[in-house]
Design a protein around this ligand. Structure first.
Ligand code: SF4
Ligand code: SF4
Ligand code: SF4
Length: 455
């Protein structure tokens, strides 16, 4: 595949145009089919996690002497956020969290209960609640300075995944409850990759082995099955169904990152709540680090800070929620004969939500990178590593943030243009689209206000 063709697909104006990467790169298909290779990579991930937990719990508690802080907050998190765009939910195929639960299940330690309807029905709200909790803990408790706190947070998520696996079959945690999975799923709606079946082949399928399993092998770990995939929200891209399907149906497609946003139009309840919460929390997180922050927040005692931070999160959520509602009023169309009610501002703002998270996570990664090797040196008494450091020029931060934010504003306006001019051709007057564009700019400036001075 030529670079020109790949770029054409990524920025193509036709949202349905995709390239099946399994056909272009057969080695990629073999990689997904070879479950042993997956297992090896997962085991490596498990070992890294085990190291992070043990070193966090029992290692030095001085942030300058424990490298797990940078491994967790400076490498792991920013890498996951970057994967949203480049490989969608593929991280979930290698994630170590479900490992202990899978082991328990293979030892017959699961009750295999039916997942309660309450959990299935309220899954977006439950996982959003857990996500709020994690972000709240992350920002209001100083956990990023605490190796033990970081290890305990990871253990809490691990326990959630393990206990769920001991109650229900397969990976109910990943499908219904995982806050990270929910976030990665929403972020992956902007991905240039999608895992999809060939629906023509699935139409004639009699086995549905991708979901039900076959020959003693279990089906999809998240009760989905390739034939059910319509978006990037739930499929883990674990590739498990590839070897179950005898019709060669599943594909890994290169696509335009805007395809799913334009097709879904913010119809999914998950996106409708995650996007305003995520963006609101980002504004609060940038605000908290900015020079504008009230000194009583910075110097308040633990409980005060936690309470104030809770209030700020609510304000941040409402702020973006109002922007989304206002944008829908400006846009003028929120219902369509074909697909019912939708929320135009959600797909328009997804690129900015991604950019905000990326900027926030990269800021930590770049800011603390110079001290990573010296920290490893201090932790393991390796003297020569103490000098392996460098200086990050001051201008790196504002340039990085402005670049990321400006790109996202351009992407938001591109989605707006596609929705207004092509998807609802002639139905959205220019003045309405212009008002939405101004609102996008205003939202971008809200970010800029707190983001840039942080640098
Ligand atoms: S859903 Fe959560 S626990 Fe499951 S694989 Fe993804 S990140 Fe890991
Ligand atoms: S992906 Fe394969 S196994 Fe699943 S429904 Fe389609 S053809 Fe059948
Ligand atoms: S549909 Fe296939 S790739 Fe997606 S989670 Fe299920 S088994 Fe994994």
């Amino acid at each position: 595949m030529s670079l020109k063709r790949a770029l054409k697909i990524v920025f193509d104006r036709v949202p349905d145009d995709t390239i099946d990467l399994f056909t272009v790169f057969p080695g990629l298909r073999r990689f997904f089919e070879r479950r042993k290779l997956h297992a090896v990579l997962r085991t490596i991930g498990d070992l890294v996690f085990a190291f992070i937990i043990l070193a966090g719990l029992f290692g030095p508690q001085d942030p300058k002497r424990n490298c797990i802080l940078y491994l967790s907050w400076g490498l792991w998190w920013p890498t996951i956020v970057l994967t949203w765009f480049f490989v969608g939910r593929m991280w979930c195929g290698f994630c170590p969290f479900p490992g202990a639960g899978r082991l328990a299940q293979s030892l017959g330690l699961s009750l295999n209960l039916k997942v309660p309807r309450f959990i299935q029905k309220n899954s977006p709200y439950l996982s959003l609640f857990l996500l709020c909790l994690i972000l709240w803990i992350e920002e209001s408790t100083g956990i990023k300075e605490s190796p033990r706190g970081t290890a305990l947070l990871i253990m809490a998520i691990l326990s959630g995944a393990t206990i769920t696996a001991m109650l229900f079959p397969k990976q109910a945690w990943c499908r219904y409850l995982c806050p990270m999975g929910r976030l990665i799923g929403v972020g992956s709606t902007l991905s240039i990759l999608e895992f999809r079946p060939d629906f023509e082949k699935c139409k004639t399928c009699k086995t549905f082995a991708c979901k039900r399993g076959v020959g003693g092998r279990t089906g999809c770990p998240v009760y989905l099955g390739a034939f059910n995939i319509r978006n990037n929200l739930d499929c883990l891209i674990c590739g498990h169904c590839l070897s179950l399907c005898d019709k060669d149906s599943p594909r890994l497609n290169l696509r335009s990152p805007f395809k799913e946003l334009l097709l879904n139009k913010g119809r999914f309840i998950t996106c409708s709540y995650i996007i305003p919460f995520l963006m609101g929390s980002q504004l609060v997180r940038f605000y908290e680090d900015s020079p504008f922050v009230f000194s009583w927040l910075r110097h308040g005692n633990g409980l005060e800070t936690m309470l104030i931070y809770s209030g700020l999160l609510v304000i941040g959520f409402l702020y973006v929620f109002v922007i989304i509602k206002l944008g829908a009023i400006f846009f003028g169309i929120t219902e369509d004969e074909l697909f019912g009610k939708f929320s135009p501002m959600v797909p328009i703002l997804v690129p900015m939500a991604f950019a905000g998270e990326l900027a926030y996570r990269l800021d930590y990664a770049v800011r603390y990178a110079p001290d990573f090797f010296p920290t490893v040196g201090r932790q393991f008494h390796v003297d020569f590593l103490l000098n392996w450091t460098f200086t990050v020029p001051y201008l790196t931060f504002p340039i990085m943030n402005i670049f990321i934010l400006a790109s996202s504003i351009a992407a938001c306006n591109y989605v707006l243009y596609r929705l207004a001019v092509q998807e609802f051709e002639g139905m959205v007057p220019f003045w309405r689209a212009a008002l939405v564009a101004l609102l996008v700019l205003y939202t971008g400036f809200s970010y800029m206000t707190f983001m840039i001075p942080v640098a």
